[in-house]
Design a protein around this ligand. Structure first.
Ligand SMILES: *Cc1c(COP(=O)(O)O)cnc(C)c1O
Length: 364
């Protein structure tokens, strides 16, 4: 099989060392293995600038959505009501999750190119004192927009609401101070900006909020409280842990530190993203967002008057070493390019050359 790099928002291109770390069959009962889990948990808290006295990290089997579903199902009781702010598919997915769990919710939907307005949220909080939780996505991977979690966190704190943030595609690539932003539950996963491989999600939780989750979950395997209770003893996972993924993640955490931590990784992603935008502009390809564009993934309009299909462009680019991503908007014809993972400016220049050739071929 011909190799290619992933310009997708997870799974993403990992280093050889991260892949090599998986060449070991670890025993889950083993002290050394449990210690790896404990170290990961400690270091995740450091990335979020919080301490073990007030916060904890829980690892959860499954992809990122399992983590989000775990938090929603474990923290929202039958007498609670969650306000979900949506401006993309991942916000909508939270709505689907609470519907399945038959929980009370209010959805406040915004256009996909608009961030949730703090003024509108405050108005809703005033009108609906029954709201107990606020849930939102930080980096909406649907469009690539960065939502203002700090502003909504201020409101959550002022109105004493539990604040849940899906920071799946931003944590590790954007500096997030969990306490300063008043986040009670933050969810991300192994295969996004930490640059590990898929297999588990992780939840950073304020202990005070987590301790209130005892007995709330209506799911056994996704019970965040039970998962924490077991894992917190000595790092043993409640059910079979994804051992190879954990080893890869441990290596990925070390590499993040070697790179210079979240600030350095963030700076690299920003540089690579800036190069991407510049290169696409040279091809007459414009980004969909006019404001609040994040540096993780970008939605682009096709060049004016194009007639080729996404599949044709995708295949052409893939044969030359890169995988791009289809668009996820219903309102406009778009495609997406992610720039997280083991990706550098040189990759953006290589992509530019490939796309230039492709577009020139299409014109003839
Ligand atoms: C990737 C992602 C998820 C999780 O998706 P999975 O396919 O379940 O891993 C959730 N929210 C956002 C914003 C994401 O980017």
């Amino acid at each position: 099989m011909k190799e290619y790099k992933l310009l997708t928002p997870g799974p993403l291109t990992t280093t050889q060392e991260v892949k090599a770390a998986m060449q070991f069959d670890h025993c889950t009962w083993d002290d050394e293995y449990k210690q790896i889990t404990q170290t990961i948990r400690k270091n995740l808290l450091k990335l979020a600038h919080v301490c073990e006295k007030e916060y904890t990290a829980v690892l959860m089997q499954g992809s990122g959505s399992f983590g989000v579903e775990s938090v929603l199902n474990s923290s929202i009781g039958y007498n609670d009501c969650v306000l979900i702010l949506s401006n993309g598919a991942y916000g909508k997915r939270m709505v689907d999750m609470v519907k399945r769990a038959r929980l009370s919710f209010i959805e406040c939907a915004f256009a996909y190119d608009e961030i949730p307005s703090a003024a509108r949220v405050e108005q809703l909080l005033k009108e609906n004192p029954n709201i107990t939780h606020i849930a939102m996505v930080h980096s909406e991977t649907t469009s690539g927009i960065f939502n203002d979690i700090a502003a909504i966190g201020e409101l959550a704190s002022a109105y004493k609401k539990i604040f849940i943030v899906d920071a799946m595609s931003s944590f590790g690539g954007v500096d997030i101070d969990m306490k300063q932003m008043h986040i009670d539950f933050l969810i991300s996963s192994a295969n996004k900006c930490i640059q590990g491989v898929p297999g588990f999600s992780f939840i950073l939780a304020r202990l005070h909020a987590l301790k209130r989750c005892d007995g709330i979950a209506r799911t056994l395997s996704l019970d965040l409280y039970d998962q924490w209770k077991t894992m917190d003893i000595d790092g043993k996972w409640r059910f079979t842990s994804p051992t190879h993924t954990v080893l890869a993640f441990s290596e990925a955490m070390k590499e993040l530190e070697q790179e210079g931590g979240v600030k350095a990784r963030c700076a690299r992603y920003q540089r690579v993203h800036a190069r991407l935008i510049k290169n696409m502009a040279k091809l007459g390809i414009e980004p969909y967002l006019k404001a609040h564009q994040g540096w993780v993934i970008t939605t682009f309009y096709y060049p004016k008057g194009h007639t080729f299909s996404f599949e044709k462009m995708y295949t052409y680019i893939k044969e030359r070493g890169y995988a791009i991503y289809p668009g996820k908007l219903t309102s406009a014809d778009t495609f997406r390019i992610g720039n997280i993972g083991e990706i550098y400016e040189a990759d953006m220049d290589a992509l530019y050359q490939i796309m230039k050739e492709f577009l020139e071929g299409e014109k003839q």
